[in-house]
Design a binder for this molecule. Structure first.
Ligand SMILES: [Fe+2]
Length: 339
């Protein structure tokens, strides 16, 4: 890996070519003979060993160490320290959204794993990808002091823009069986998305069509995928999903990884990167976060605006920020062969 490529980029964005050979999910995709067939059929897939086990264990160690670094009392070996007073602010769904956590070195290392971004390269059929600066997730066991994680089935795509648009993902870093906490998906729900929103369009404020009932009536079921450390779970943004708390003593650790083809409006992305703030899972930085947490509605006494361990990005990984695609007043088509 080369040394850091954090460079100063000029001010305007490139007119990028549109990729046209990506997976379509419209019945015209070929048979791939791998996880892509699962993805087309079910709306989600588990990609085994996207991150080698040894490195997955190292990332998990760093993820626990990040919590311990705040010095509030959390100790991964002491379940009684899973307490809001001893932790930075982690929301009820397990998201660590603030404190520049989205830019910790181990988070970037996961984004830069070839087996991770390589999966998205296959789906979109391009190496010109932008990655989200998304949250990391701590699905703690021993939740007695933590707020309840209630089910929140949802999809992450604007119904006004149908068809396949975005593939979401997470890298799982702990053993994760059927009773451990984590992602649950509505198998095949991506195929009903358009019809669902069409049927719901004329409903008033209190829809007569409950989403859960609708999906059940369609014969769909909720599935909790199992995963080993280093496995990448991907899902079509149209597939309904949420996360469930664990029923075991096993913590669940996950790093969200979502990539899309590079698009315009990269200056917002550059600004988010330079300020080390997060985005949603959508990589385009239309909505950016902040590093200052709120604890019980007030500014947290813990302030961290830069990562504990800032990342040194290779040339390949720095491209995932989108910044190298920014050019000064030059309309440059992307040369895939040269990337
Ligand atoms: Fe979501």
């Amino acid at each position: 890996m080369s040394s850091t490529t954090v460079t100063t980029a000029p001010a305007s964005t490139v007119n990028l070519s549109v990729e046209s050979r990506k997976m379509t999910f419209d019945g015209t995709d070929p048979v791939y003979g791998d996880w892509r067939d699962d993805l087309v059929r079910d709306g989600y897939a588990v990609i085994k060993g996207a991150v080698p086990r040894e490195r997955a264990d190292q990332y998990a160690d760093k993820m626990f160490a990040l919590l311990e670094s705040f010095g509030l009392g959390y100790d991964r070996h002491d379940p009684s320290t899973v307490h809001p007073d001893k932790l930075p602010v982690v929301n009820e769904k397990g998201m660590l959204l603030n404190y520049a956590a989205a830019h910790e070195d181990f988070v970037w290392a996961v984004r830069g794993e070839p087996g991770v971004y390589g999966a998205f390269e296959k789906v979109y059929d391009t190496k010109n990808l932008l990655v989200s600066f998304d949250a990391i997730n701590y699905g703690f066991a021993n939740r007695e002091h933590l707020p309840e994680n209630r089910p929140w089935p949802h999809q992450d795509q604007d119904p006004a823009k149908p068809g396949f648009r975005c593939l979401q993902g997470l890298v799982n870093l702990q053993p994760n069986g059927p009773d451990d906490g984590g992602l649950i998906v509505c198998k095949g729900g991506h195929r009903l998305s358009e019809q669902f929103h069409c049927d719901m369009a004329d409903e008033e404020a209190h829809p007569g069509l409950d989403a859960g009932v609708y999906l059940a009536d369609a014969g769909l079921e909720w599935v909790k995928p199992s995963a080993d450390p280093g496995d990448l779970i991907v899902w079509d943004s149209r597939t309904p999903h949420y996360n469930v708390p664990t029923k075991t003593q096993q913590d669940r650790l996950a790093i969200y990884t979502c990539y899309m083809p590079v698009a315009r409006d990269l200056l917002r992305k550059k600004d988010a990167y330079e300020r080390r703030v997060g985005t949603t899972h959508w990589p385009n930085a239309r909505h950016t976060g902040w590093n200052e947490a709120k604890r019980d509605g007030k500014p947290d006494h813990v302030v961290r605006t830069r990562p504990l361990n800032d990342a040194v990005l290779s040339e390949r990984v720095f491209k995932l920020t989108g910044i190298p695609y920014i050019k000064d007043d030059v309309q440059v088509p992307v040369d895939i062969a040269g990337m």
